[in-house]
Design a protein around this ligand. Sequence first.
Ligand code: HEM
Length: 132
Amino acid sequence: MDTAALVEESFEHIKENKEIFITSFYSNLFDLAPEVKPLFSNVDKIKQGEKLYNSLLLLVENLKNPELLSDVLSSLGKDHISYGTQLQHYPVVGECLIQTFKSILKENWDIETETAWLETYNVVVNLMTTKN
Ligand code: HEM
């Protein structure tokens, strides 16, 4: 299976477990990276989780539409500068995403799926952090 197919297929399991994804993502993130907690101090974690989930859904549905992704993600990346996000925060958020997916997919998670998500996350981070 190619990268896009692996990402799409694995995300089907996340769609079925959306609420668990949202709550466990932030608890995993604050365990892995307590230093980012202050960035979210005035943020409703559930509402924020919905936004994160929706942006992942948009990503997964548009893997074959790089122009749209490029526009949306470079603008999202600019907004993140004003949220206080720094470049060094991106790897731990990626690690947290992978951990959270893995804990939800369990036996449906494998090394090919992990590699596919790592590649996809790298593309996302590049689009979010490259100045244009
Ligand atoms: C693939 C990477 C990421 C995606 C897809 C993503 C997605 C989003 C989305 C969709 C929003 C809502 C924007 C809006 O309200 O219009 C958001 C807000 C936010 N994100 Fe991210 N994000 C990512 C990485 C990060 C990283 C690395 C950090 C730093 C720890 C971070 C911290 C925040 C914060 C603090 C907010 C603002 C919450 C607020 O003040 O309302 N994000 N993110």
